[in-house]
Design a protein around this ligand. Structure first.
Ligand code: SF4
Length: 257
C-alpha cells in the first residue's frame, strides 16, 4: 500500500514565480562569497558528524525528517538495539518498528516507510549493501536512490555525503533552505526538493565532498545559530550586506522550517 508523503520537499508547485536558473553566474559569485564569509565563522573544514555505512545513513536520514537530531539519534540507537541487523527490520511487524522509533515525528508513517525502503533495496540489490554507489557518478547514484519510493533529494544527498561513501553531493535541510532563500540564492517559492539542483549548480563543479559538506554545514549552522526561523539576528550576521532580507528587508521569506 502506498505510504503518505513525509518529504514535502519533492512536492511540485505550479503557477508561481520561476526559480533562478541553475548556474546563474551572479548567484554563483554570491554563493562563493557567502561560503568564504561563513567558513571562518564555523571553522571549515568541518569534521563529519557520522561515519555510518550507507544503509545505516539512509535509515538515519529517514528518521530525521522534521525531527530534532537528539530524538532521531535516540530512535536510530533504539532500532539498532531492538533488531540484530537491518535485514531483521524488513521482516519485523510495523508496530514493533514504530515502538522503537516512537520519539520521532510521524513514527506511524516512518516505520512502514523504513521497512519498505529496506525491502526495495534488498529486492533491487539482492542484499543490503550500497557500497557499489561509490563507483557511480553522483547524479546517477542520486537517481538510483530516488527511484525507490520514499527516498527524496535530501535523503539521497545525505546518504552520499554523510555516509562512509563521502561523495560530493549537497544535502539541503530546512535551515540551509531558509538561509538560502533569505539570501536570495533561491526564489521565495522554491521548495527544499527543487532547491538541491539550483544550489548545487551555483557551486563549482569540481568541489570535493568536503567542500560541499562544509557548504551545507555552514548554511545549516548559520540557520540554527543566527538566521533563526523567527527573529533572525541580523545585527550580528556577517552576511548582512549580501542579504536582501536583512532587518526585515523586501527579500524576507515566509518559509517555515
Ligand atoms: S542578514 Fe538576517 S536574514 Fe539575512 S542571512 Fe543574516 S540573519 Fe538571515
Amino acid at each position: 500500500m502506498p505510504l503518505a508523503p513525509i518529504q514535502t520537499e519533492t512536492r511540485p508547485r505550479t503557477g508561481r514565480k520561476p526559480a533562478p536558473a541553475p548556474g546563474d553566474p551572479t548567484l554563483a559569485e554570491k554563493a562563493l562569497a557567502i561560503h568564504a564569509r561563513l567558513c571562518p565563522v564555523y571553522g571549515c573544514p568541518i569534521p563529519y558528524f557520522h561515519s555510518l555505512d550507507p544503509v545505516s545513513e539512509l535509515i538515519s536520514s529517514l528518521l530525521s525528517h522534521r525531527t530534532r537530531n537528539a530524538e532521531s539519534g535516540r530512535a536510530f540507537k533504539a532500532l539498532r538495539a531492538r533488531f540484530p541487523d537491518w535485514e531483521a527490520v524488513i521482516d519485523a511487524e510495523v508496530p514493533e518498528i514504530e515502538a522503537a522509533i516512537a520519539g520521532v515525528t510521524w513514527p506511524e508513517l516512518k516505520a512502514p516507510r523504513i521497512r519498505d525502503v529496506l525491502r526495495a533495496l534488498r529486492d533491487r540489490c539482492g542484499s543490503l549493501d550500497l557500497a557499489f554507489l561509490a563507483d557511480m557518478e553522483v547524479e546517477a547514484a542520486r537517481d538510483w536512490l530516488q527511484a525507490i519510493p520514499g527516498i527524496g533529494p535530501k535523503t539521497s544527498a545525505a546518504v552520499l555525503s554523510f555516509s562512509t561513501l563521502r561523495m560530493p553531493a549537497l544535502p539541503v535541510d530546512s535551515h540551509h533552505h531558509r538561509v538560502a532563500q533569505r539570501l536570495g540564492l533561491i526564489g521565495p517559492r522554491v521548495d527544499v526538493g527543487p532547491s538541491h539542483v539550483i544550489l548545487r549548480a551555483q557551486l563549482p563543479a569540481d568541489w570535493s565532498a568536503q567542500d560541499l559538506y562544509d557548504n551545507h554545514e555552514i548554511l545549516m549552522l548559520h540557520g540554527q545559530k543566527v538566521c533563526h526561523h523567527r527573529n533572525p539576528a541580523c545585527g550580528r550576521c556577517v552576511l548582512v550586506d549580501l542579504c536582501p532580507s536583512a532587518n526585515g528587508g523586501a527579500g524576507e521569506s515566509s518559509t517555515r522550517s
